[in-house]
Design a protein. Structure first.
Length: 279
């Protein structure tokens, strides 16, 4: 992707929605992109289908709670829009269907998605299933900027780490991230040679690719770690004060029973910085 012209932001009933909008605004301002939004949460009828067939009172309470949730989210959206000076052209939109499939349909018309990490706090329910982000990434095939559920600060893409592996997913993530990499102050490529006799003097495919796109990167090559690669990536990101990680998203499955790769699962669970991922 050489241009970033359309950004789709997922909205729900969480404080992360405002941070996702803020991140999208920064990207849109830097790349002259259009922001679209979609409020997509699990309808109460799908969350508690038996309540709608057994007791009318319970069904009414669920519908009322769902409406209140939607109004809170919309009020937060309007507040953020006012704080940003109106965000011209950015409008509230919503779906009342199953959130993953509805968001995926909209995602196919966007260059980049802005999603949120699942908050494991059982007292916080934003209205989406825990596997929402992973499911959208895998189903849509679109790159996504995933933001942690905790606030990681205002900078995004000044210092970037690229987790490189010679795979389709990794290549797609780097291509999607090019507009951000070209504006970064520093880019670090982390690569691990998977064969013991690998010649580290031979340039990686990614090096010439980045050079042709005017991205100067520092390449770090090492043998595969004995411990968890996901934890190592996050540790290196902290050491370098990185504010963006670029990596492939690995996973497969049927009927939303996703089996995520170990590194993908670790990063989505323990991420400490924004991550641009592609499947």
């Amino acid at each position: 992707m050489s241009d970033l012209k359309s950004i789709l932001v997922h909205l729900d009933d969480s404080s992360g929605s405002a941070r996702r909008l803020q991140a999208a605004q920064r990207l849109a301002a830097a790349h002259a992109a259009q922001i679209d939004t979609l409020y997509a949460v699990m309808p109460s009828m799908l969350q508690n289908p038996y309540a709608f067939t057994i007791e009318a009172g319970a069904a009414s309470l669920l519908i009322e709670a769902e409406n209140e949730q939607r109004e809170r989210a919309r009020a937060a959206f309007e507040q953020e829009r006012r704080a940003a000076g109106g965000m011209p052209g950015v409008k509230w939109s919503e779906t009342r269907g199953e959130p993953v499939s509805a968001f995926v349909r909209r995602a196919w018309g966007a260059d980049l998605l802005v999603l949120g990490q699942h908050d494991p706090d059982h007292t916080v329910y934003a209205g989406v299933p825990p596997d929402f982000t992973a499911s959208v990434l895998i189903d849509s095939g679109k790159p996504a900027l995933v933001l942690p559920y905790v606030d990681t600060g205002p900078t995004l893409g000044d210092t970037v780490i690229v987790a490189w592996k010679s795979t389709r997913e990794s290549a797609r993530a780097v291509t999607a991230a090019l507009p951000l990499l070209q504006r970064a102050l520093s880019v670090h490529v982390m690569a691990w040679d998977e064969t013991p006799d690998a010649d580290q003097r031979t340039p990686l495919e990614i090096e010439s690719f980045l050079q042709r796109h005017d991205v100067t990167a520092t390449v770090h090559r090492d043998a595969p770690p004995t411990g968890g690669l996901g934890e190592l990536l996050l540790s290196q990101a902290a050491d370098l004060l990185a504010d963006l990680l670029v990596m492939g998203c690995y996973g497969h499955g049927r009927a939303r029973e996703w089996v995520l790769g170990g590194v993908t699962r670790t990063v989505l669970r323990s991420m400490t910085l924004p991550v641009l991922m592609a499947h």
